[in-house]
Ligand binder design. Structure first.
Ligand code: FAD
Ligand code: NAI
Length: 464
């Protein structure tokens, strides 16, 4: 009898399993794929960041090395090597989970997990062999899958989701992307840097669909355009077909029906919670109208002893959030107090420049009727950004008009993803902008931009 069976080994499931085992629980983690790590390690965060890093270096070598006085005669691409490096990064990390399971006494089991009743999970392996696991509690961490657009069927070669777009064997001449969201812009950037013409068709008037502060989204789109990505905003895609290797995508724009041809089409319009063949009906557990499993503050579902975390529950779909929810969930099972502060969860887009945010956007504060002050500081006035030869962007801090508490922070610029960590901690500690402004920040670092933005909340920036 297990204390806990976790279904799914993504960042939510594998971290929850390790933490539960650390707390003395007897844990099994069931994963239907041959490697642990879920979407994030196998086909998400890690391979996409590996390709973003490689393609960024390729692009830098072509465009900006000469600014540093580095002359290279010719820069050429070995795509096969780039893809195999990405695969090596992935395999080293997924093997790392096997090691961590061993070290923490988590039993990793490969096979499809089906909930039979509140205390039983059946695991079916690839040969159809079944094993029955008896357990005190069940944690569902089955993650998400790409949403398909009606009329645009994935064929894994020409019309693809993010997984296949990490594997193109050749750089497409023309890549059309549906959706100016995180996937569209990260993977659009990868293939654009490697030489593809990239056109993004987006339903809404702004990139990132309201997820990022509007000022940040506007600057991001301007910079991406300068990098060569074309945008058709307020475009509604209705169909796509493939003929002789040419994809024709049909969309409505400006009241007209238009078509665009490309050699690859990437659909990045969001992901849906994955609960297929999980056996939810066997325990009478309903999903909400969008397919998510609803939970309470203990991450317990409507069924006693059955919990859920990560992409399969409502909320942002982020790896570090899935981990955080997993840890809080199993700690609460063990009587340890804790909660997830959703206003202190950073959100990073790994394009160039990077985009990072935590807490509320200006639009959200306005909608909530909260009075706030704004502090802003540009990268171009920072010594380190100049030394890095990378001065696009700014940091913006939103603080409560009376208490000065930081309610939101938004950064666009090189290494924004690392810079936001300080502001996420500030939000978690309910710090004021003055707290950040009075803290010492090393010179010369990009972190000084955060300090200056915090000073600017009180209208007293020093270096501009
Ligand atoms: P998942 O990682 O989806 O894991 C769920 C696991 O459950 C899967 O391995 C699945 O096989 C398994 N499973 C499902 N059903 C069963 C079953 N019945 N039996 C057994 N196993 C089952 N997030 C970030 O924070 N940063 C990023 O940079 C980032 N980049 C991304 C890039 C891409 C291209 C994509 C697609 C996503 C990215 N994400 C990123 C999102 C991130 O991957 C997810 O938020 C995260 O993986 C969710 O974790 P999870 O544990 O909830 O689910
Ligand atoms: P997304 O929700 O970020 O963006 C989807 C975009 O597609 C939106 O702008 C939306 O308006 C648009 N769209 C929807 N339907 C459309 C249509 N019919 N025609 C044109 N445009 C349409 O979803 P995305 O990019 O697929 O990412 C899925 C999830 O994966 C996200 O929730 C994200 O959190 C996660 N992810 C996170 C990353 C990160 O943290 N860096 C990287 C990649 C993915």
């Amino acid at each position: 009898m297990y204390d806990l069976v976790v279904i799914g080994s993504g960042p939510g499931g594998y971290i929850a399993s390790i933490r539960a085992a650390q707390l003395g629980m007897n844990v099994a983690c069931v994963e239907r794929y041959p490697t642990f790590g879920g979407t994030c390690l196998n086909v998400g965060c890690i391979p996409s960041k590996a390709l973003l890093e490689s393609s960024e270096r390729f692009s830098e070598a072509q465009t900006h090395f000469t600014d540093h006085g580095i002359e290279i005669d010719e820069v050429s691409l070995n795509l096969e090597k780039m893809l195999s490096r990405k695969d090596e990064v992935v395999s080293s990390l997924v093997q790392g989970i096997e090691y961590l399971f061993g070290k923490n006494d988590v039993e990793g089991i490969h096979g499809w997990g089906t909930i039979i009743d509140e205390n039983t999970v059946e695991v079916t392996d690839d040969d159809g062999e079944t094993t029955t696991l008896e357990t005190e509690r069940i944690l569902i961490a089955t993650g998400s899958k790409p949403i398909a657009l009606p009329g645009v069927e994935f064929d894994k070669e020409f019309i693809v989701d993010s997984t296949a777009a990490l594997e193109f064997e050749e750089v497409p001449d023309h890549l059309v992307v549906i959706g100016a969201g995180v996937i569209g812009l990260e993977l659009g950037s990868v293939w654009g840097r490697l030489g593809a013409d990239v056109t993004v068709l987006e339903y809404l008037p702004e990139v990132f669909g309201g997820r990022m502060d509007s000022d940040v989204a506007k600057l991001a789109q301007r910079v991406f355009k300068r990098q060569g990505i074309e945008f058709v905003m307020e475009a509604e895609v209705t169909a796509a077909s493939v003929d002789d290797g040419v994809v024709t995508t049909t969309y409505k724009h400006d009241g007209e029906e238009k078509t665009i041809e490309s050699d690859r089409l990437l659909v990045g319009i969001g992901r849906y919670p994955f609960t297929e063949n999980l056996g939810l009906d066997n325990i009478g557990l309903q999903t909400n109208e969008r397919g998510f499993i609803e939970v309470d503050e203990h991450f317990q579902t409507d069924i006693d002893g059955v919990y859920a975390i990560g992409d399969v529950i409502p909320g942002p779909m982020l790896a570090h959030l899935a981990e955080h929810e997993g840890v809080v969930c199993v700690e609460r099972m063990n009587g340890i107090a804790g909660h997830v502060n959703y206003d202190a969860v950073p959100d990073v887009v790994y394009t160039h420049p990077e985009i990072a945010s935590v807490g509320k956007t200006e639009a959200e504060l306005q909608e909530a009727g909260i009075d706030y002050k704004v502090g802003q500081f540009p990268f171009k006035a920072n010594g380190r950004a100049r030394a890095l030869n990378d001065t696009d962007g700014f940091t913006k801090i939103l603080a409560h008009a009376e208490t000065d508490q930081i309610l939101g922070a938004h950064i666009i610029g090189i290494r924004a993803g690392d810079m936001i960590a300080e502001l996420a901690v500030a939000c978690e500690f309910e710090s004021s902008a003055e707290d950040v402004a009075r803290s010492s920040h090393a010179h010369p670092t990009l972190a000084e931009i955060v300090k200056e933005a915090a000073l600017d909340v009180d209208d007293r920036k020093l270096n501009l």
